[in-house]
Design a protein around this ligand. Structure first.
Ligand SMILES: C[S@@+](CC[C@H](N)C(=O)[O-])C[C@H]1O[C@@H](n2cnc3c(N)ncnc32)[C@H](O)[C@@H]1O
Length: 259
């Protein structure tokens, strides 16, 4: 079972410390939201696990949210139902209670991935959706030239897609999710065409992998990027991305239907 911090955080990141500005920088992106809504296939009742501040909770469905961190629960807007304080590994619901279950940007933080995914499968009658990053693709992003330890951390934390598929079982499909150039959900790759955004400490703090490198290293990484942006070195190598409407990065949607 996961150990929990004062804030209640159950994963490997302490949202009591880093979660403060999360909702400002990690606003759900409507194009990614549309993809999730389509994959929910008209589900009337949906469980959202590791729900955080409520990103991607469909307004069309009746959503039950589960979120262990008090800081994240406090950032949920008033129009959403309050989240239940629980963890993926032990969901307080009967078998087949929901039409569908989803989790976004969360599985890499769980202490027991297989247990959490089996719980999601247990409580959902229909699709289980996992929006996550493929660890084999994380280091392909240009940020690896500047912040190698940050992306090494991400690659180490994200579970292999095959392990997710195995734990969920049934009929599993995996889809690469295009990241729009103006993506409003500020995970690292969301800034592929707007590198200046990663000079903003708030933007970095909203990507939990940055909290795994010490402040001096993060500053050194940021300074390198700042220098290359100022000198034009970044643009000479990657400037074409500024005009590219979307990126196929490491973001994937895993969808499992029961056997
Ligand atoms: C990066 S945030 C993502 C929040 C939200 N789903 C989103 O897309 O913005 C990861 C969330 O997973 C939650 N989390 C970590 N470990 C968990 C666990 N074992 N069970 C459920 N949620 C967990 C964290 O508290 C945090 O709110």
């Amino acid at each position: 079972m996961s150990s929990r911090t004062v804030d209640g955080s159950a994963g490997d990141a302490d949202y009591g410390t880093i979660g403060g500005g999360y909702a400002d920088y990690r606003r759900p992106d409507e194009r990614i939201a549309a993809l999730l809504t389509g994959a929910l296939d008209g589900a009337g009742t949906v469980l959202n696990v590791g729900a955080g501040a409520g990103s991607y909770e469909s307004v069309a469905a009746e959503v039950t949210a589960v979120e262990p961190s008090a800081s994240m629960r406090a950032q949920r807007p008033g129009r959403l139902s309050p989240a239940i304080d629980a963890v993926a590994e032990r969901l307080p619901f009967p078998d087949r209670h929901f039409d569908a279950a989803m989790t976004t940007f969360s599985v890499h933080q769980w202490s027991e991935l297989t247990a959490g995914l089996r719980e999601m499968r247990r409580v959902a009658r229909g699709p289980v959706l996992v929006l996550t990053c493929d660890p084999d693709l994380v280091r392909d992003f240009w940020l690896y030239e500047y912040a190698p330890l940050v992306l090494d951390t991400e690659a180490r934390r994200y579970p292999a897609i095959a392990d997710i598929a195995d734990a969920l079982g049934g009929d599993v499909t995996v889809q690469r999710v295009p990241i729009p150039a103006d993506c409003t959900d500020g995970f690292n790759e969301a800034y592929y065409a707007r590198p200046e955004m990663l000079l903003d400490p708030g933007a970095r703090q909203a990507c939990s992998a940055w909290s795994f490198v010490d402040a001096a290293t993060a500053e050194q990484y940021t300074e390198h990027l700042r220098r290359d942006l100022r000198s034009g070195a970044w643009d000479r190598r990657h400037g074409a991305l500024r005009g590219q409407p979307s990126l196929e990065g490491s973001l994937v949607l895993v969808r499992a239907l029961p056997a």
